[in-house]
Ligand binder design. Structure first.
Ligand SMILES: [Zn+2]
Length: 171
């Protein structure tokens, strides 16, 4: 059975009890994520399964997906950016333990504080956001096509010529 995500949880207890969470979260409630978004409407959907792997590690597996509104750095318009990230985390108590982890896991460093599982999900989405978000080529609004648009200073001679012809005809 899966239940909604608690605000705080004890990760070692959660792995011992094989807790399983699934649901959705409003993106506008994600304080780490919203600064990189052009619009914060929408939700993320997630699944988090706590457990112990074959090597007795406390691990957190699952996925998170969302359609994030990012601002295109070429045309400055917002565009939807779909993210679907797989989560494979191992709970560690120190940096040396983190360095010994197999590559499949990213470390979650814990201290005596309870874990805010929402932050794990926000961090996974943040990792998927490109450093310079951009529409795909040719998808900018309005389309920026430097190949066919003449430079501004080449447009004026023809405009002037047309005006000159019009002036001559009217005299
Ligand atoms: Zn664009």
């Amino acid at each position: 059975m899966s239940i909604d995500l608690p605000l705080l949880l004890d990760p070692l207890r959660a792995t011992r009890h094989c807790e399983h969470y699934a649901g959705s979260l409003e993106l506008q409630c994600c304080e780490r994520l919203t600064p990189v978004l052009a619009r914060s409407d929408g939700v993320m959907e997630y699944q988090l399964v706590f457990g112990v792997d074959n090597d007795r590690r406390s691990v957190i597996k699952g996925w998170v997906k969302a359609s994030l509104w990012l601002q295109c750095q070429r045309c400055l318009e917002p565009f939807p950016f779909p993210v679907h990230s797989t989560i494979a985390l191992a709970v560690v108590k120190g940096l040396d333990e983190a360095e010994r982890l197999p590559e499949v896991y990213d470390p979650v460093l814990i201290d005596d504080q309870p874990l805010r599982p929402q932050l794990l999900l926000e961090d996974e989405l943040l990792l998927a956001v490109p450093v310079v978000p951009r529409h795909e080529d040719g998808m900018c609004q309005p389309p920026i096509d430097t190949q066919t648009k003449p430079p501004a200073d080449e447009q004026h001679p023809f405009a002037d010529l047309a005006q000159w012809h019009a002036a001559r005809r009217s005299t």
